[in-house]
Design a binder for this molecule. Structure first.
Ligand code: PEP
Ligand code: MG
Length: 593
């Protein structure tokens, strides 16, 4: 239950992660811990409790069938088969027998008997040394929650069942769940936890859903059905907005419309500073349908195709053929613009429940990305062959995530050579000159940038991870979000070192982390010498608008200042001041609350 019903306007502040304003009714999705009643049942009521178990199992079956039907329609029968395991639990004779016996013998209520059984079952499965069986513990947990909801008359809040337009407020919204929402129904969302560089936030920007994270306890203070305004510019949820507030936001939206017109005017023009320095502006995408946005927002190509999303929300791995079709579709749609496909970066906050990846204490420091791919050869082979085949379109480039040094780059490249030989023998065409670059997102890669640049054809700085690893700040942990500082002097120096190393070797250096999409940082990044910025397509027009108003002398002077400055705060202030001086119109979305 919410702490108290709030009446009148009240404001909740979080971190804005995806721009836009929306208002409407709230849907609060809370995965609260169930408290299970425990009482003795008189002999006369025992049979009633046994029957309640049967009814709850039947109701759960109906719900699961419905969910399975929806998933099947949305993403295919194969993926919907993941619910077969859940349905099987409902038929399990041990479950029915044990719970019934417990009710009859010990005269306890059905909720308690069922909960005791389920917990023991989950604990036993979870302790088994086989990762596949451990996964079944998650299935059991899911089904058991549904059964308990039914026993206790709680509604089952299924995100996929939300079809009325609303603003979603929840504790967390993992990328795999966000991928399933009905985009027309969810006007915007806000979460208690999360940070700007979580993949949830990144996806929200791609999907163009206004979003806020890190609201701490909004799910406890706001109730379903209340009216809120979500301000994705300033990270505000305004509960019961007054007419005055709605009026102010009406003006903000009008200013945005005016700005959008100005941004459209420069749509076909290059990202070139006043003094003639040309930058490349590319898009970050997650799926083939994103190519429309790439074109609509005037990107010059794709700087980062996060291929993980082809692997998420399905119960089996995509085949080489399926992957080839996706990569080829993107390359063909954007030809001749370059498309940089990043090889699989699973791990961290992008996990697949059906892959047997053991749970790790520190997943971001663990078996992730290139480390995983270099060991799981079948998975890597299918992807590399698919990318190579798609490269026949002529505009594909490829990069590896999480490269820590030359040895990994060489190992991965050796595999590419092996698969090229296979394809040649099979007579399958591919681009013999496929350019392969590396993501620079581990501090060791910056320190080894000179040696990497001899082999890599380009660098793309994954600043989301580079900041997390350099400053030792978990990018998902909102408690330490204030320590996650893109303009920290160390980060500024790491960017400069990477760009310099790339240029010494005659290769280009881009940024595809979230820093690339923050206009307040554009002057700094230009001054540090990066050649390309790649970000969510909707953010590109404003970055271009700014670049076209900048002079390199000012940007270089700013970078010089930053490289000699001890304070990240001051660096941010100086870069923001320059950005606001040259393009004040870009920053008129601030409403002090
Ligand atoms: C990054 O780390 O900056 C990056 C672009 O990769 P991801 O966010 O997918 O980890
Ligand atoms: Mg990364």
């Amino acid at each position: 239950m919410p702490d108290q019903a709030l009446s009148g306007e009240s404001v909740f502040k979080g971190n804005p992660v995806s721009i836009g304003v929306c208002h409407g009714k709230v849907y609060v999705l809370r995965k609260a811990k169930l408290s299970i009643p425990h009482y003795q049942v008189p002999e006369a009521d025992v049979q009633k409790h046994v029957e309640r178990l049967e009814k709850a199992l039947a109701a759960t079956r109906v719900q699961l069938n419905a969910v399975q039907g929806q998933v099947c329609a949305a993403i295919g029968a194969k993926d919907a088969s993941i619910f077969d395991a859940h349905l099987l639990v409902l038929e399990d004779p041990t479950l029915i027998e044990s719970v019934t016996n417990e009710i009859r013998e010990h005269k306890v209520n059905v909720e308690f008997a069922f909960h005791e059984f389920a917990e023991k079952y989950i604990e036993t499965l979870g302790a088994i040394d086989d990762p596949y069986l451990r996964e079944r513990a998650a299935d059991m947990r899911d089904v058991s929650n549904r059964i308990l909801n039914n026993l206790m008359g709680r509604t089952d809040h299924e995100l996929r069942d939300v079809h009325e337009p609303c603003i979603l407020i929840c504790e967390d919204l993992p990328p795999s769940e966000l991928a399933l929402i009905d985009r027309k129904a969810i006007l915007g969302f806000a979460t208690d936890v999360g940070s700007k560089t979580s993949h949830t936030a990144i996806m929200a920007r791609s999907l163009q859903i206004p979003a806020i994270v890190g609201l701490q306890d909004a799910t406890h203070k706001i109730t379903t059905g209340s009216h809120v305004l979500l301000d994705g510019y300033n990270g505000l949820i305004i509960l019961n907005p007054t007419d005055q507030t709605l009026f102010e936001y009406g003006q903000l939206i009008r200013r945005q419309v005016g700005l959008e017109e100005k941004l459209r005017d420069i749509q076909g023009l290059p990202a070139m500073t006043i003094c003639g320095k040309r930058l490349t502006l590319s898009a970050n995408i997650e799926q083939s349908s994103d190519t429309q946005a790439v074109k609509a927002f005037g990107a010059e190509g794709v700087g980062l195709f996060r291929t993980e999303y082809i692997f998420i929300n399905r119960s089996t791995l995509p085949t080489e053929e399926e992957q080839y079709q996706s990569y080829r579709e993107v390359a063909a749609a954007l030809k001749p613009a370059p498309v940089i496909i990043r090889t699989l970066d699973l791990g961290g906050d992008k996990m697949l429940s059906h892959l047997k990846i053991p749970t790790e204490m520190n997943p971001f420091l663990g078996w992730r990305a290139i480390r995983y791919c270099l060991e799981e050869r079948d998975i890597f082979r299918a992807q590399l062959r698919a990318i190579l085949r798609a490269s026949a379109e002529g505009n594909v480039k490829m990069m590896y995530p999480m490269i820590s040094g030359l040895a990994e780059l060489e190992k991965a490249n050796a595999l590419v050579e092996e698969y090229k030989t296979e394809l040649r023998a099979e007579g399958i065409p591919f681009d013999e000159k496929l350019e392969i670059g590396v993501m620079i997102e581990i501090p060791s890669a910056v320190l080894a940038a000179d040696s990497l640049a001899k082999t890599a054809k380009f660098f793309s700085l994954g600043t989301n991870d580079l900041i997390q690893y350099s400053l030792a700040v978990d990018r998902l942990n909102e408690k330490i979000a204030h320590l996650y500082e893109p303009t920290h002097p160390a980060i500024v120096r790491l960017i400069k070192m990477s760009a310099d190393a790339a240029h010494r070797a005659g290769v280009w250096c881009g940024i595809c982390g979230e820093m690339a999409g923050d206009p307040l940082l554009t002057p700094l990044l230009l001054g540090l010498g990066v050649d390309e910025l790649s970000t969510a397509p909707p953010l590109l027009p404003q970055i271009k608008f700014l670049i076209r108003r900048l002079k390199m002398d000012d940007a270089r002077e700013l970078a010089e200042f930053a490289l000699n400055c001890d304070s990240g705060k001051e660096i941010l202030e100086r870069s923001s001041a320059l950005a606001k001086r040259v393009a004040p119109g870009l920053f008129e979305t601030y409403i002090p609350k």
